[in-house]
Design a protein around this ligand. Structure first.
Ligand code: FL6
Length: 356
């Protein structure tokens, strides 16, 4: 054992042993590129939510602000209790679907026929599993149905009648379509039908909802839900239901959820594009701005995004006039609606002021 070879063998043996010890001490994983990621202890959880990019009308501003804050608090509470990122994003989005201030679930905009048709997607960054529904009617929480598609089928996207049959089979209660329609969405629909109406007027104040999160295990997830565009053609499927456009999550990079002009988002595959920029070394903020700028210059589309990286860095960026968003990290809430606005409160204080 005094030869150089002997020493090398001894060192190799020691390393083998040491790495076995490390395996026992630390939670670790090997990425598909073969790099070893050691996680010392657990990740700090982070959640970011949005309530839609666009031009938020004054009458919807307070409701939209408080809706995203409540959703972020809900999601963060789940993460803080050791819950997983998937549960946090699903519950945060479901809360906003139930809130009539947003264009998702109850409060969804109406299609040309005056009906609600909703799209939703959820994705698990651990294994790239994803589930989506498009053009679904008469259910309260499309995001929950999307999760069932992910977990109970071998498919990734169910649409319209097929999604409705699946919902029935899963015991998801069917509700009257009227229950999803608010006074505001019906008024807009009627105004848009007037011959001299400006078809773009209400297209800017919509309110799609979304969430991204990282949990204490380092798993990321995203969820997005929408009623789509006002007075859209029956059967129109937007970006929200399409993997890579409305959202994407991959533990090797991070997670993102998008909002804005769906047809533009689909043309540049916005969610995956942001993660691609991050893979090339950009921060979540740089990647978001670069991708949003590309969408604007290449196809003339505006939108907004939320991002969390696999190291817990986050961003909420938009090229529209406004986007309501809220984040909780390190027990601190951050939120805003206007460009450059970043208000903050402690998590505990926010829980009390929101009546949780
Ligand atoms: C803010 O509006 C939206 O996000 C709409 C959604 N992206 C759609 O086109 O279906």
């Amino acid at each position: 054992m005094h030869s150089a070879q002997g020493q090398t063998e001894a060192a190799a043996g020691y390393l083998k042993k040491a790495s076995r010890i490390e395996i026992q001490l630390f939670n670790f994983c090997i990425s598909c590129h073969g790099s070893l990621i050691l996680r010392f202890g657990s990740m700090k959880p982070v959640i970011v939510v949005h309530g839609g990019a666009g031009c938020i009308f004054k009458e919807r501003e307070d409701g939209s602000r408080s809706g995203v804050i409540r959703a972020a608090l809900k999601g963060y509470s789940i993460l803080k209790q050791g819950g997983c990122a998937l549960d946090a994003v699903e519950q945060a989005v479901a809360l906003m679907e139930d809130d009539p201030h947003f264009n998702a679930g109850c409060g969804s905009v109406l299609n040309q026929k005056g009906e609600v048709e909703m799209d939703a997607i959820i994705m698990d960054g651990k294994n790239l599993a994803s589930g989506a529904v498009s053009a679904v009617k008469c259910i309260a929480n499309p995001i929950k149905l999307a999760r069932l598609v992910m977990e109970k089928t071998e498919h990734m996207l169910l649409t319209d009648y097929g999604a409705q049959c699946f919902a029935k089979a899963m015991g998801v209660p069917e509700i009257p379509g009227e229950k999803l329609i608010t006074e505001r969405s019906r008024e807009r629909w009627m105004k848009n039908l007037e011959p001299d109406s400006n078809p773009h007027k209400f297209q800017t104040d919509l309110g799609t909802v979304g969430a991204v999160a990282i949990d204490s295990e380092g798993n990321v997830a995203c969820a997005t839900s929408t009623g789509g565009l006002t007075n859209k053609l029956v059967g129109r499927v937007g970006d929200t239901a399409c993997i890579g456009s409305g959202g994407y999550a991959d533990n090797h990079v991070g997670a993102t959820s998008t909002t804005g002009h769906g047809e533009s988002i689909m043309k540049v595959v916005l969610a995956r594009l942001i993660l691609y920029h991050m893979e090339q070394g950009m921060s979540p903020e740089e990647a978001s701005d670069t991708a949003l700028n590309w969408m604007k210059t290449r196809v003339g589309g505006l939108g907004g995004v939320i991002v969390v990286s696999n190291s817990g860095d986050w961003a909420a960026r938009f090229s529209t006039k406004q986007m309501s968003w809220a984040t909780v990290k390190d027990d601190q809430l951050y939120y805003g609606i206007y460009t450059g606005e970043r208000l903050t409160k402690s998590f505990e204080e926010a829980l009390t002021s929101e009546g949780f």
